[in-house]
Ligand binder design. Structure first.
Ligand code: IPM
Ligand code: MG
Length: 358
C-alpha cells in the first residue's frame, strides 16, 4: 500500500479545528480506497508556541518538512501578536525556503452556494488564480530608518527577477493549456509600475510563443476587478504578482459565495521540496472554539493535495463528496448563512464518501 507522509500544522484559531476535521476525512477516504494511506505527523507550530518559546517553529522547521510528501496547513495569526510577525515567523518561513513559488487558487461556485453576483450561472465562474509566491511585494526587502523621528522613512521594495517571473508565467501558461478553455489573463500594473511590471509584460509575450494554443490577454489590476465582477465568464486562468493576486483572490472568494470554501496550494512544481495546502481564510478568532468553522476550504485543498500526490481518482471522489454536501443548505455553516457545525459538515462528507463506493 502506498503511504503518503503528511505534515499537519493546524497553527492558530480555527486552523486547528479545520485541519483536525480534514484528517478524519482523509482517514475515511483512505479506508474506503484501500490502495493508499496517510502517515500523519502533527506539529504544534503556532502563535502559542511563539509565546512560550519565542519561536513559531524550530530553527530547522522548514528543513524538517523536507522529509514529508506534503504539508497540510491551517492558519496562522492571533489578535495579540502583530500580523507581520506571524506571517514571517511561520507561513513565509516555510514557503520561501522550500521554494513553493506557485500559489494556486481555484474559484468556482459550488452547488448550493449563492454568489453575490446577480444573474451569473454556476458554470460561468470557474477560475484559477496563479499567485507568484516567492518574490514581488513579499520579497522582504526594505527597512526603516530614523525610527520615531519626524524624518522617519520606511521602504518595501518589490523584487522581480527574470527567473522568478518567467517560471510563474510558464507555470500559468501550462495550467491554462491543461484546462478546457485554454485561456490566460496576465495581470500587471505596467502603466504605473514601469520597471518590474514591464518586465512581466515582456516575459509574458516571450513565453506565450511556446504556447500557441493558449489564448492570452493582459489586464491592469484595477480594471481586472471590474472585469471579474462585470464579465466573470470572460476569465479562466489568471496570473498575477504576489500582492495583486492576494487581493484578487479575496475578491474571487467573495464572488464565489464565501471565503470559507476557498482553498489554496503552495506548490513547488518541480517537486524538489514538499508543497503546502491550506484554506485561504485565516485563523478567525471571532469564531474559534465555537465549532462552526467551515471545513470545506480545507477539504477542497486536501483534494488538491491528493491530486498533487498522484491520487487523482481519490481527489475526484473527495470533491464529489464535498459538492454533495454543499448542495444541501441544511449543511451550510454560518459563513454561508446556515446553522450547521464543523462536525456536521465533516460527518456528512464522510457519509457521502462511504456512499460513493457502495
Ligand atoms: C493569503 C493571506 C496572507 C497573505 C496573509 C494571512 C498574510 O491573505 O494567503 O491570501 O497575504 O499572503
Ligand atoms: Mg489574502
Amino acid at each position: 500500500m502506498k503511504m503518503h507522509k503528511i505534515a499537519a500544522i493546524g497553527g492558530d484559531g480555527i486552523g486547528v479545528e479545520v485541519v483536525n476535521a480534514c484528517l478524519t476525512v482523509l482517514d475515511a477516504l483512505a479506508a474506503r480506497d484501500g490502495q493508499f494511506g496517510f502517515n500523519v505527523t502533527s506539529f504544534d507550530w503556532s502563535t502559542d508556541r511563539y509565546k512560550r518559546t519565542g519561536e513559531f517553529m524550530p530553527m530547522d522547521g522548514a528543513a524538517q518538512l523536507r522529509a514529508f510528501d506534503a504539508v497540510l496547513f491551517g492558519a496562522v495569526g492571533a489578535p495579540d501578536v502583530p500580523d507581520h510577525l506571524t506571517l514571517w515567523g511561520l507561513r513565509l518561513a516555510i514557503c520561501q525556503p522550500l521554494d513553493m513559488y506557485a500559489n494556486v487558487r481555484p474559484t468556482r461556485m459550488l452547488p448550493g452556494i449563492t454568489s453575490p453576483l446577480r444573474g451569473v450561472e454556476r458554470d460561468e465562474l470557474d477560475w484559477v488564480i496563479v499567485r507568484e509566491n516567492s518574490e514581488g511585494e513579499y520579497a522582504g526587502q526594505g527597512g526603516r530608518s530614523h525610527i520615531g523621528l519626524p524624518i522617519e522613512v520606511a521602504t518595501d521594495v518589490s523584487i522581480f527577477t527574470r527567473v522568478g517571473v518567467e517560471r510563474i508565467i510558464r507555470f500559468a501558461f501550462k495550467l491554462a493549456q491543461a484546462r478546457p478553455r485554454k485561456l490566460l489573463t496576465v495581470v500587471t500594473k505596467s502603466n504605473a509600475q514601469r520597471h518590474g511590471m514591464v518586465l512581466w509584460d515582456e516575459i509574458a509575450a516571450k513565453v506565450a510563443q511556446d504556447f500557441p494554443d493558449v489564448t492570452w490577454d493582459k489586464m491592469l489590476v484595477d480594471a481586472m476587478t471590474v472585469r471579474m465582477v462585470m464579465q466573470p465568464q470572460s476569465l479562466d486562468t489568471i496570473v498575477a504578482t504576489n500582492l495583486h493576486a492576494d487581493i484578487l483572490s479575496d475578491l474571487a472568494a467573495a464572488l464565489s459565495g464565501s471565503i470559507g470554501v476557498a482553498p489554496t496550494a503552495n506548490l513547488n512544481p518541480e517537486g524538489d521540496a514538499p508543497s503546502m495546502f491550506e484554506p485561504i481564510h485565516g485563523s478567525a478568532f471571532d469564531i474559534t472554539g465555537k465549532g462552526v468553522a467551515n471545513p470545506v476550504a480545507t477539504f477542497w485543498t486536501a483534494a488538491m493535495m491528493l491530486d498533487h500526490l498522484g491520487e487523482a481518482p481519490a481527489a475526484a471522489r473527495l470533491m464529489a463528496a464535498i459538492e454533495t454536501v454543499t448542495a444541501n443548505p441544511a449543511l451550510h455553516t454560518p459563513d454561508l448563512g446556515g446553522t450547521a457545525s464543523t462536525q456536521m459538515v465533516t460527518d456528512a462528507v464522510i457519509a457521502a464518501l462511504r456512499g460513493k463506493n457502495d
